[in-house]
Design a protein around this ligand. Structure first.
Ligand SMILES: [Zn+2]
Ligand SMILES: [Zn+2]
Length: 346
């Protein structure tokens, strides 16, 4: 039974692993397993081809990925100008930036998990293009690309899509990772993430999948029960630096873990999936290693990991599960999606 603190070197914080608590009694709310049939086109969906969005604009009859500026943007190049405050302690700026939505495919019900390998490649190339083009903008210092999936993370529209926020500031976790990785590189002349990969390989217990150039693992310091990293084996600043062959391997790695996730409880598996790419602020980010993180909110089929006192109140995670056991659980699941093996659940 694992009961210890583990250091998270990318975030510079302790994670308390208290796996002996996993089966403590629970009498609170549980989530219903979603098993309703979703059509491949929904006339009410603002993301489906040909439908009208809230802005009044009509979606084209797109056939692959479809990118548009978010109609409910939280950052915009048109955000109101604000005057500086007289107070030194309170700073403010216009909420400027670019917010976009990227639909994975015209199909309302086709999740990233079920998207064909060649269609995932098309999507990855769209991500590369967005990062490169927006990154060249002088006012854009960072691009946060992420997918929120499932009602458990507050997504009401099931149409598979991700979002991006291109901002003049660097999002906090990436700012920390970039700073820590850069300091490590200067100090050790090695890449921190490469040392993490080396440690994971030496241990081996938490590796879920690998091919020539990509690797999937649950980090030693996982904060969520099913937290998984997908990374190229070479260090790159962003997805845009991957070669055709590496992109191919990376797509295979993503597909592999997504199938495992869905097979876990035979349901579309909810998660928050950010791409951690180097800032585009023109500074030296030697030592940064691009990767994707999956932060699934569920601990059990119907049980959310609630962020409470330690996480929200104190800022450190308390995990009720052992990363070694959870990685093994994922590794032991079938490699074929449950919907393709004839199981009718979900
Ligand atoms: Zn739709
Ligand atoms: Zn990261």
């Amino acid at each position: 039974m694992t009961w210890e603190q583990r250091w998270h070197p990318l975030r510079e914080e302790w994670v308390i692993i208290a796996a002996h608590r996993q089966n403590r009694p629970w009498t609170g709310e549980t989530l219903e397993k979603v098993s309703k049939q979703i059509p491949d086109y929904d006339p009410e969906c603002y993301l489906c081809p040909g439908n009208k969005r809230v802005s009044g604009l009509e979606n084209p009859n797109y056939e692959q990925t479809f990118v548009f500026d978010n109609d409910h943007a939280c950052v915009s190049m048109d955000a109101p100008k604000v005057a500086e405050t007289d107070l030194e302690i309170y700073k403010r700026k216009p909420a400027s930036g670019i917010a976009r939505v990227i639909c994975y495919s015209p199909k309302h019900n086709l999740t990233l998990t079920e998207l064909d390998h060649d269609k995932i490649i098309i999507l990855l190339k769209e991500w590369q293009k967005q990062y490169t083009e927006l990154g060249e903008h002088p006012e854009i210092n960072h691009i946060l690309l992420f997918e929120n999936k499932g009602e458990a993370v507050g997504v009401s529209n099931p149409h598979p899509h991700c979002q991006l926020y291109a901002t003049n500031f660097v999002f906090k976790y990436i700012e920390t990772e970039a700073r820590v990785s850069s300091a490590y590189f200067k100090d050790q002349r090695r890449t921190l993430f490469q040392d993490i990969l080396k440690a994971e390989k030496e241990d081996g217990q938490r590796i879920i999948f690998e091919n020539d150039s990509a690797i999937v693992f649950m980090p030693y310091f996982a904060r969520y029960a099913y937290e998984v990293y997908v990374a190229p084996k070479e260090s790159y600043l962003s997805l845009a630096d991957l070669s055709e062959k590496e992109l191919n391997d990376f797509s295979q790695a993503i597909k592999h873990i997504l199938i495992k996730f869905d097979n876990l409880w035979q349901m579309p598996f909810p998660y928050v999936m950010p791409l951690h790419q180097a800032p585009t602020d023109g500074k030296d980010h030697s030592g940064f290693h691009f990767h994707i993180e999956f932060h699934p909110p569920l601990r059990k089929p119907n049980l959310l990991k609630y962020l409470a006192g330690p996480e929200i109140g104190g800022g450190n995670f308390l995990s009720d599960t052992s990363p070694e056991e959870k990685a093994e659980e994922l590794r032991n699941l079938p490699d074929t999606h449950y919907k393709k093996t004839g199981n009718k659940n979900g």
